[in-house]
Design a protein around this ligand. Structure first.
Ligand SMILES: [Zn+2]
Length: 150
């Protein structure tokens, strides 16, 4: 299960579907029709992808930091990019600050609302933590590239 990685990828602006209650066959079919890259930790499923011409990334690590690093090595930029709802993958739309919203975090001027589930997003303290984590992973990768002990 890579639901957590999926949520992180959405924070990074990626369009990530999380099929629930689907068989492997249904997931494969969905990936093929929607031209998606399938992320899995299941070697057998990855082999099936190869057989049916579905692009697939076999995630090796069970740790979220390392999973994000694996994705970064595949070319996913390590930056926060609010485009997708982390819960439902709906498109985010920038919204005006109103009194109703201002009570949530008065210091924030920029907000986004999910067009599907209406969840609100803003750059609060959680945002800074997420950014720090991405920066942390990026700096560790730079060390790896230089062959230095990280
Ligand atoms: Zn949503």
């Amino acid at each position: 299960m890579l639901l957590r990685l999926g949520r992180w990828l959405r924070l990074m602006g990626q369009d990530v579907a999380s099929p629930k209650g689907c068989s492997d066959e249904e997931i494969l079919q969905k990936a093929k029709v929607e031209k998606r890259t399938l992320l899995t930790r299941d070697k057998r499923l990855a082999t099936e992808c190869l057989g049916s011409g579905v692009k697939c990334i076999l995630i090796k690590s069970s740790r979220i930091d390392e999973q994000i690093e694996e994705m970064a090595k595949r070319g996913i930029p390590l930056r926060l990019d609010p485009k997708r709802c982390t819960i439902c993958n709906g498109l985010l739309q920038e919204v005006e600050l109103s009194h109703e919203i201002a009570s949530i975090e008065p210091s924030e001027k920029k907000l986004w609302r999910c067009s599907e589930c209406q969840k609100l997003y803003w750059k609060g303290s959680h945002w800074r933590k997420i950014k720090m984590k991405l920066d942390d992973i990026a700096s560790r990768m730079d060390l790896d590239d230089l062959g230095l002990p990280g």
